[in-house]
Design a protein around this ligand. Structure first.
Ligand code: SF4
Ligand code: SF4
Length: 708
């Protein structure tokens, strides 16, 4: 060992000890913060599926590759990072003796070949990501707005620097004739070696530089535990492993909303006690540990932000910024909580002022910030942010590390509604109507069957005859004029196809979706319980629903209350009836048709094809740029239908403009709320004489009967 090797080895050891010491401290700090969250035992089930999903999503980049160029570039950067770790490890051998390599694989030609090309492709990948970021950030409200840009560039610069060092080390070995790999396997290293001097200590000092750069990265991220762009390389694995619905690797994992939890168990309102049970989330530490892991894992990539209808129409909500605010607050408040500070469920302080007297003033101030509050109140999340969400799920769908934004938003809404009674005033009428009349419009229950009047056939009620499908009409389908047209069209089609169906009529009440999405779990459970009993008494096995919100609630959420039935959307049943030859379109309708995917049918339940199959038989379909998984919300979900939209551009106008730009004469919908929102959008644009909004069922019916 020469002098250069002795000095380089000593320096590498010192810098590594410092970096590893700080990294251990950082990991302990992050673990302590995540452990502040509440219990969530359901995350430990089905470990085999979880492990499989985690491997598929990470190694296969299934989420990232939905954006092909970025996904491919990121895949190479990820693999380069793994290879890079091996090369950094190799540098520890090289500072001792440049001829040493990793045990077993160190001098293997395949190792030389793979590391060479992954290094090159990793650098190309980083270049692509930098260019994409530079171009994207110029747009106003881009996906990078609000991201900590220096952190992304810092991480990328480090990877490039380490890869460059790797090629220089190899180059010096080539120049001094100490390189073991052939030219065919490592042409770049040989090319670099051809221009470098034959400096015998070149590889040693470059290996030291490589170690110092890598440790500078480790030190920096250890001192910045909220640097998600770096930490997600480690945290993404557990975050994906513990995702809510691991059996849905290709989907969004949405569908059912997470039930309201207290102490790790779903809360039953018949036994709930506000002094002992948690009603939603009032403080950041009341999220579960998985929530805090979510916030820690955010990479700040802004994919969620780029798809969010609220953000894209100039509202204050961005799912990314919401997550970052919660993350920064959690880490800033943690010292206060770890010192015993915080409030119990009754709002009482857990520690006295004297006990917290030693506390850093910033942590103390953070501890006293309200979770929901305006800027003047120093709230972490502004109420306008909280109430802007349509629960469309575009954020969850896009997030490459499976962060569950919608559950967190609804948990915060639950506390605001149930304990604080604080929500947009105009939604109060809807909640009162649900409680007193069983429907959001407050219509008399005895008018639920009015839509059947004038039909030239009898609509059977449950109890009158045997039936295969219960036709769940829904409140909109029963009371709202436009939606009633869909109900009548579906009933007519079922009748024509000879389907055995029946309706509940006055026995039906609201499924509870708007109550649950606004955060009123109490009313949801009341309505859901009543419906579950009715459906069980009627012996229902299969349901067909025209409203995707009912379809989602009945099919995915009533299971939480003990009802398990097969639920299909009417477009699925109609597609089946057309395929089976029980409905035969005879003449396509005039003009092109474009289809708007309802969020709760498409993204939340992956029904993309059935409505398109029906429309394909009955018309010429033209797609909007944002369709299927990337469809843009109409603005009505998350109980937004019942709230005024005072900030920014109206979401339904944005979507209607996109639909009108296709030149289609018909905009087909599959949801009564989308029907209203897009219909209003078309009227607002003065296009009601030229463009018609109708349900998929109506399009099909018209292609069967030209006089329909
Ligand atoms: S659910 Fe939709 S509206 Fe809500 S934050 Fe996510 S993308 Fe935005
Ligand atoms: S998509 Fe996920 S990781 Fe990316 S910014 Fe949004 S929450 Fe963070």
């Amino acid at each position: 060992m020469g002098t250069a090797q002795i000095i380089a080895t000593a320096l590498a050891a010192v810098v590594t000890l410092v970096a590893v010491g700080l990294a251990v401290r950082a990991v302990r700090q992050m673990t302590a913060v995540i452990r502040l969250g509440g219990p969530d035992p359901a995350r430990f089930t089905d470990k085999g599926t979880r492990a499989r999903t985690m491997l598929v999503e990470t190694a296969g980049h299934t989420r990232m590759l939905k954006w092909s160029v970025v996904g491919a570039a990121h895949w190479f950067v990820m693999v380069a990072f793994v290879v890079l770790s091996l090369l950094v490890l190799e540098a520890y051998f090289e500072v001792v003796d440049p001829d040493l390599g990793l045990p077993v694989i160190g001098h293997w030609t395949v190792f030389g070949l793979v590391t060479e090309w992954i290094g090159v492709l990793g650098m190309v990948g980083i270049l692509v990501l930098v260019v994409i970021r530079q171009r994207a950030r110029r747009a106003p409200r881009s996906r990078f707005t609000g991201s900590t840009m220096w952190q992304g560039y810092f991480v990328e610069a480090i990877i490039v620097a380490v890869l460059v060092c790797g090629f220089l080390i190899r180059g010096f070995k080539v120049a001094t004739d100490h390189f073991e790999y052939p030219v065919w396997a490592t042409p770049v290293s040989h090319a670099v070696g051809a221009v470098l001097p034959a400096w015998s200590d070149g590889a040693t000092w470059t290996a030291l530089v490589k170690i110092c750069i890598s440790m500078a990265w480790l030190i920096t991220i250890s001192l910045t535990v909220t640097m998600g762009v770096a930490w997600h390389r480690f945290l993404a694995f557990p975050n994906i492993f513990f995702k809510r619905a691991p059996e849905k690797p290709a989907g969004s994992g949405l569908g059912a909303l997470r039930p309201m939890m207290s102490n790790g168990e779903p809360l039953d309102f018949e036994e709930a006690d506000p002094e002992k049970d948690q009603f939603g989330v009032a403080q950041v530490e009341q999220f579960t540990w998985k929530g805090l892991l979510d916030f820690s894992t955010c990479t700040e990539c802004g994919r969620c932000q780029s798809q969010c209808p609220a953000w894209n129409t100039a509202k204050p909500l961005s799912p990314k910024l919401l997550v970052l605010s919660l993350r920064d607050h959690a880490y800033a408040k943690a010292p206060y909580l770890l010192a015993g500070g915080g409030k119990d469920l009754t709002g009482e302080e857990k520690a006295t002022e004297a006990q917290l007297a030693h506390m850093d003033v910033l942590a103390l101030a953070e501890g006293n910030r309200p979770l929901i509050g305006t800027e003047a109140e120093q709230g972490v999340i502004d109420p306008d942010v909280l109430w802007s969400c349509t629960t469309c799920g575009a954020c969850v769908e896009q997030c490459p590390v499976d962060i569950e934004h919608v559950d967190h938003i609804v948990d915060m809404r639950r506390y605001q509604v149930l304990i604080e009674s604080s929500f947009p005033a105009e939604a109060g009428v809807m909640l009162r109507n649900l409680e007193n009349k069983g429907n959001p419009w407050g219509a008399p229950q005895n008018t639920r069957e009015d839509w059947t009047k004038g039909l030239d056939f009898e609509v059977p009620r449950v109890g009158e005859k045997d039936f295969e499908y219960l036709f769940w009409v829904g409140c909109a389908g029963a009371f709202e004029d436009r939606a009633k047209k869909t109900t009548r069209a579906v009933a007519t089609l079922l009748h024509e196809a000879g389907v055995d169906y029946a309706i509940l009529g006055e026995g039906e009440t609201c499924s509870g979706d708007p109550a649950r999405r606004i955060g009123n779990e109490f009313i949801f459970q009341m309505l859901a319980q009543q419906n579950v009993e009715t459906l069980q008494e009627a012996g229902v096995k299969k349901i067909v629903a025209t409203c995707p919100h009912c379809f989602n609630t009945l099919g995915n959420e009533y299971e939480q209350l003990g009802l398990k039935v097969e639920v299909v959307h009417h477009t699925q049943l109609l597609a089946h009836l057309v395929k089976a030859g029980r409905l035969t379109p005879v003449q396509p309708i005039e003009g092109d048709v474009t289809y708007h995917d309802p969020c709760y049918l498409g993204r939340h339940n992956r029904v993309f094809d059935a409505p398109r199959e029906v429309l394909g038989e009955a018309a010429t379909l033209v797609e909007m740029p944002r369709n299927s998984e990337r469809s843009f919300c109409c603005g009505a979900g998350g109980a937004r239908m019942w709230m005024e939209e005072k900030i920014g551009k109206r979401i339904n106008v944005e979507r209607t403009e996109e639909a009108l730009a296709t030149g289609a004469k018909t905009i087909a919908v599959g949801c009564p709320f989308c029907y209203t929102m897009i219909g209003d959008g078309v009227t607002g644009k003065g296009e009601q004489e030229n463009v018609e909004v109708v349900d998929v069922a109506t399009v099909l019916l018209r292609s069967l009967k030209q006089d329909a």
